[in-house]
Design a protein around this ligand. Structure first.
Ligand code: COA
Length: 241
């Protein structure tokens, strides 16, 4: 999927546009993105305290994520700060759920955040990766045998990038499920099935995680554009445990 305004193949990356990011989430969610070299809102003092002593590049991506998160909150009538838990997950103000992602190369890159009211969505996950093939040495760790069999059925030149989509789908699911289960999951604890025609995926959990039984299926969306693979996972209020 090429978002409006994206550079046609080979041009400098211009990063996903808001319509691309928004298309991955329901209308009740607010999604905000930025380039890391854009002018960014300052961190709030409580946020700054949670990232003291980080290197400049890490500070920049953290600030860009909070910039997006607070602006998304504000679009829904909320306000920061967005603190950081011991396990590194964002702590959203009461009544909101959300997710943050960034990609960085030195002092350049992209950050995005999505927020929804907890009364409307149970949990959200967002992930972004560079749109490059997943290194084959990682396939064993990231993909279950059924996923490798799926990839063997597509054109060889597509396999590596679709493996990256599966990787990102698992990370966006992880970010959505972790606030509810507080459970660390290996990449091989889930099986992802991609539907390239609709840009959706189904993720089947292969083990129990907190409130979620083995076999529970979660849904997400994915899009490729302007040098990035972006994935989303939305855990609805119902059905489910
Ligand atoms: C947590 C994790 C998913 C983050 O992904 P990443 O590609 O390293 O980094 P991203 O830029 O995409 O996202 C980073 C943001 O994720 C958020 N995050 C970190 N830990 C999180 C958690 N446990 N739950 C929810 N969100 C989390 C944070 O907001 C962080 O940004 P910040 O530190 O600036 O606030 C990844 O580091 C990880 O631990 N993966 C292994 C577990 C996994 O994905 N298993 C697959 C199971 S099927």
């Amino acid at each position: 999927v090429r978002p409006p305004g994206a550079a046609p193949g080979g041009g400098p990356p211009c990063y996903p546009s808001l319509p691309l990011l928004s298309s991955l989430f329901p209308a009740c969610a607010a999604a905000v993105e930025t380039r890391l070299d854009a002018s960014l809102d300052a961190l709030l003092p409580e946020e700054a305290r949670s990232i003291e002593r980080a290197r400049a590049e890490r500070m920049l991506e953290f600030r860009a994520g909070r910039h997006c998160a607070r602006r998304a909150l504000s679009a829904l009538g909320g306000a920061g700060p967005v603190l950081r838990a011991e396990d590194r997950s964002p702590v959203w103000p009461a009544g909101f759920v959300g997710s943050i992602a960034h990609t960085r190369e030195r002092m350049d890159g992209w950050a995005g955040a999505v927020v929804a009211r907890a009364a409307e969505v149970r949990s959200l996950g967002l992930d972004a990766e560079r749109d490059t093939p997943l290194e084959e040495k990682l396939w064993e760790r990231v993909l279950v045998p059924e996923e490798r069999a799926d990839l063997a059925r597509v054109a060889p030149e597509e396999r590596g990038v679709l493996a990256k989509v599966v990787f990102s789908a698992k990370e966006s699911f992880y970010k959505a499920q972790h606030p509810l289960s507080r459970t660390f999951l290996e990449f091989t604890d889930a099986r992802v099935t991609l539907d390239p025609a609709s840009g959706t995926f189904a993720l089947a959990l292969l083990r129990e995680a907190g409130p979620f039984p083995a076999g529970r299926v979660f849904e997400g969306r994915w899009a490729r554009g302007a040098g990035l693979v972006v994935t989303s996972c939305v855990i609805p209020l119902a059905p489910g445990p």
